[in-house]
Design a protein around this ligand. Sequence first.
Ligand code: LMR
Length: 398
Amino acid sequence: MFQSLQPLPPDPILGLSAAFKADSNPNKIDLGIGVYKDEQGNTPVMKAVKQAEEIILKSQATKSYVGPTGAVDYNETIARLVLGEKLFDRLGKRRATVQTPGGCGGLRLAAEFIGKANPDATVWVSDPTWANHKPLLGSAGLSFNSYPYYDYETHSVNFDGMLKTLQQVPKGDLVLLHGCCHNPSGADLSPAQWDAVRDAALQQGFTVFIDLAYQGMGTGLDEDVYGVRLLAEALPELIVVSSCSKNFGLYRERTGAVTLICDSDEACATASTLLAAAARANYSMPPDHGAAVVQLIMNTPELRQVWNEELTGIRERINSLRSIFVQRLREAGIKRDFSFIENEKGMFSFLGVDADQINTLIEKYGIYLVNSSRINVASINDSNIEYLINSLAEVLAD
Ligand code: LMR
């Protein structure tokens, strides 16, 4: 039976990591996968996480099941982090949060929930969007349309185009937005643009679905969720999928959540049963460890402070790398204007180089980037920036 199967091409992002590992070029640079790296090129376990793990190792009394919706305390903690204390209190039982295996597990659960709520729903995704959005949500049976998002000429959000399309999305469909640090472009909506999206959602009645994978990696923990909180306050319904992979560095621990806001307490109680059933039918229950770590950090003032300082350091390093990269490109005499990279947020930006140039960067220079020209700015450091700039200067001069 298995002999009839045909191999699939490698994943556009994960495949790059494998190719990078296999490359023997001593100067190789991995600008591919969205994983934070420090000045030494490592992705260390955060200090607060290590400390929390030590406490858990000593104090954990059982490994018994946690249940399909995960740990109640963690779910509340995440909802408070995403929504803020005031809104968390105001929403009361109109909000339900379910622990998931990472943001991807959350997206999958949300997709199944959407499929039950409206099997004919179309999900409108940004053009471009994260390479795994369509495979992930599509595998749960959802179908797609897209709204214009990034203008490759001006290197900014094509907000007029986006809004015009949103103003035609019907009730019953969903609009998937990136909460902050848009993946792959790094171009985020301004507060005024979020306000306009809220107005379009109220006018059209479509449901907003937010992927929040980078809270705290852009401008700040609260600043990065301006849009999420605005919509959570104003709209009758909202779906937010959040991840602790990046802001807690818990990538492999698969720690995420789905938060639903419903138009009544009763609707929310019903919706929670569907999320629980979807979790049970997929993986029974989420892994515990990462959520236990997050829960402990957020509820222990000293650990929370250590985490906050470390996250601030990560964010500030990424933002300063953006400035340094742009400055070094300019100093190398590269004529093309890359100043937009300095204004973008999170780990990603498009270099704007074409397919041949990407190929040359990978094949000739061992510089790995996604086939959309997306780079992970956090992979740049003092030891590799010269080689990176010189290689780019050569490729752009050809
Ligand atoms: C990325 O976009 O590189 C990250 O979100 C990692 C992934 O799973 O693709």
